[in-house]
Design a protein around this ligand. Structure first.
Ligand code: NAD
Ligand code: UD1
Length: 345
């Protein structure tokens, strides 16, 4: 019987791609999600891609009793990949308590359940390169200092890593891997799964695709006076399916007891930085669509440039991002086109 892995937030953008990769690798996935930032139709799309319908439980993870009952009813779960969280940086500045309650409350409840049910003693956690702020040295490796977070959202990632570290130290059975994502973009190669931003997107790529399809007038590029070759910010964009695959590898590492410490931390990026202008050019090239864009002032809180040192993940996890920027853009575009043709109804 294949091993069962719980995917919290598995109806969301990165979670749904990870469920696909888990099922492709022979695992059974059970999704727990309250659909606060996702749609029930995602389940059907995962099924269309993999031929297997994952089990889905609609539950809010801040409901500790409900979560306990869930674990009680699923004694065969061997590990947990924890995506469920709110992720909008600007909203977190306006509603910090909502972010601390949801992101930290869910994690604490989850860890309490995992302590109670030690069969499920391996955790993969979604962290972010936001913990590095603007690093002094680039590419940034995992030893770089974690700097005070600019937003409550970023702070929830830092505090979560600390909560996991403390809990692993106090519990001999529990192991965890925190994955610090750089900028996940793109969509499944089938065009059937992708990012579903609610309202006006904050992130670059959904803004680009929505502009190209005509939902938005014009992309605004925030700042052209940065200390970078073309004056725009630099990021390490990584294809969501490469990112998803890393979660399967991380879980396998713990299941096989290959982990070297109770709590390990890895960067997940490609190791290459691209400017906003290069990202726009890549989109225009790979989608074959001309984009309406213009410059504006800098966006407060943006770091100038960041890209990952991926050596530790490449060597220790035996994982490497494979897909390039053009493929990230062309898959994001196929997804937008499919959405526009009514894929999600
Ligand atoms: P997403 O919003 O698409 O997915 C998150 C899912 O969690 C949603 O389906 C939502 O309904 C669910 N959820 C939220 N709170 C919940 C709760 N209390 N109980 C049950 N379900 C709940 O986000 P995503 O882009 O897939 O991100 C997944 C994780 O990765 C998040 O923790 C996010 O902070 C982290 N992350 C994302 C990025 C990024 O650029 N997308 C970058 C770094 C880290
Ligand atoms: C942002 C968050 C980060 C979070 C990540 C994923 C901030 C400061 N950081 O990262 O904490 O983990 O999203 O949710 O919000 N850009 C434009 N025009 C746009 C949108 C973006 O020029 O309309 C630029 C930005 O200035 C940036 C780059 O595109 O240089 C990427 O932006 P974005 O996709 O929002 O990601 P980050 O800012 O890197």
């Amino acid at each position: 019987m294949s091993k069962k892995i719980l995917v919290t937030g598995g109806m969301g953008y990165i979670g749904s791609h990870t469920v696909v990769e888990l099922q492709k690798s022979g695992y059974r996935a059970v999704i727990l999600d309250n659909l606060s930032n996702s749609q029930p139709g995602i389940l059907e799309l995962i099924t269309r891609i993999t031929g297997v319908k994952p089990e889905f439980v609609n539950l809010d993870m801040t409901n500790q009793q409900g979560l306990n009952a869930f674990f009680h009813n699923h004694p065969d779960i061997k590990g947990v990949i924890h995506f469920a969280a709110y992720k909008a940086v600007g909203e977190s500045v306006e509603k910090p308590l909502m972010y601390y309650h949801n992101n930290l409350g869910s994690l604490v409840n989850l860890l309490a359940c995992m302590q109670e049910h030690p069969a499920a003693s391996h955790l993969v956690f979604s962290s972010s390169c936001t913990v590095y702020g603007q690093p002094e040295n680039l590419p940034v490796d995992e030893q770089a200092p974690v700097v005070p977070a600019i937003s409550p959202y970023g702070n929830t990632k830092q505090i979560s890593e600390e909560i996991i570290e403390d809990t692993c130290r106090s519990n001999a059975l529990l192991t965890a891997i925190s994955l610090r994502y750089f900028n996940p973009i793109g969509a499944h190669e089938s065009g059937l799964l992708g990012e579903l931003p609610l309202g006006v997107p904050n992130n670059l790529v959904p803004y680009i695709t929505q502009t190209a399809i005509g939902k938005r007038n014009k992309l605004t590029i925030f700042g052209n006076d940065y200390n970078t070759p073309d004056g725009t910010c630099i990021r390490d964009y990584i294809h969501v399916s490469d990112l998803a695959r890393a979660h399967v590898v991380a879980m396998e590492r713990m299941l096989k007891k290959d982990n070297k410490k109770a709590h390990e931390v890895f960067n997940l990026g490609t190791g290459t930085g691209y400017s906003v202008l290069e990202a726009v050019q890549s989109f225009e090239r790979s989608a074959g669509v001309k984009l309406n864009w213009g410059f504006s002032a800098r966006r407060p809180g943006d770091v100038e440039k960041v890209w990952a040192d991926t050596q530790f993940a490449n060597e220790e996890l035996g994982w490497k991002a494979e897909k390039g920027l053009d493929e990230m853009m062309s898959t994001a575009w196929s997804w937008e086109v499919n959405l526009n043709e009514g894929l999600m109804g």
